[in-house]
Design a protein around this ligand. Structure first.
Ligand code: KIV
Length: 277
């Protein structure tokens, strides 16, 4: 059985230049996390622009209490499963906890997920990553840097909390973003930061910025797939919306939820103030 059904019309692959054009034209792009072939194919049917194989799989797939136990082998396995079933979305893979602690580890981990089918890697941190970003991007690995609430640092941050609330923190985030883009970052991801700060970052960098809990003004939006399907075992975060049971999902099915999410991002009707900080 092929996960790319014969009914799927060929679709143009979304590339980094597509996302650059979207940014230039003010068109938003959708991103969802995904970890397997069946959901990756459903996301292709729904036209989702970008897919993140997030290390959130440690929680939503493996049942662990954080992302810290996830390995490069886990990321490689799930990236290959997704890439096999979707040839439309730009595929971004997380490099898991400690895999960018040294340049050698970052190169090994990037090699593994890129050879499994990723189009880009995502790493968590700030301007301390500039050298790694530079080496990876100079060697054909586009890099997305995840700033704000960085779940791999939960033990340093003291919990999953909104970041960038003070003037000093906000300025540091803005400066880090500038430095990372200068070092070669092709994309930024902001998690749980005030909407005004996310807008300031988005307006000040030439690369696409994805947000989660960062307001409506970033260039793209991402949600964890299980969250937006209402599949959670703990109270969902403020930025989550359940698109499966939403009254606008007339088909009441998963592809309908993905399509409505995609359109809500494009039309800027998601996120609202209710989902933002
Ligand atoms: O791992 C993940 O799913 C993520 C998202 C929360 C952005 O990094």
């Amino acid at each position: 059985m092929s996960y790319l059904s014969t009914e799927q019309k060929p679709k143009m692959p979304i590339t980094l230049s597509t996302l650059q054009k979207f940014k230039a034209n003010g068109e938003k792009f959708s991103c969802l996390t995904c970890y397997d072939a069946s959901f990756a194919a459903a996301m292709q049917t729904a036209d989702i622009d970008t897919i993140l194989i997030g290390d959130s799989l440690g929680m939503v797939v493996q049942g662990k209490s954080s992302t810290l136990p996830v390995t490069v082998a886990d990321m490689t396995y799930h990236t290959a499963n997704v890439a096999r079933a979707n040839n439309h979305a730009l595929i971004i893979s997380d490099l898991p906890f400690m895999s960018v602690a040294t340049l050698d580890r970052a190169i090994e981990a990037s090699l593994a997920v890129m050879q499994a089918g990723a189009n880009m890697v995502k790493i968590e941190g700030g301007s301390e990553l500039c050298d790694i970003v530079s080496v990876l991007s100079n060697n054909g690995v586009p890099v997305c840097v995840h700033l704000g609430l960085t779940p791999q640092s939960v033990n340093v941050l003291g919990g999953y909390k909104v970041q960038g609330k003070t003037d000093d923190e906000a300025q540091k985030l803005l400066d880090d973003c500038q430095k990372l883009v200068q070092a070669g970052a092709s994309m930024l991801l902001l998690e749980c930061v005030p909407s005004g700060l996310a807008k300031a970052v988005t307006d000040s960098v030439p690369v696409p910025v994805i947000g989660i809990g960062a307001g409506v003004d970033t260039d793209g939006q991402v949600l964890v797939m299980h969250d937006m399907l209402g599949v959670y075992t703990r109270k969902p975060a403020k930025f989550v919306k359940d698109f499966l049971s939403d009254k606008d999902n007339e088909t009441h099915d998963i592809v309908g939820a993905f399509k409505n999410y995609h359109m809500a991002v494009k039309n800027k009707t998601f996120p609202t103030a209710e989902h933002s900080f």
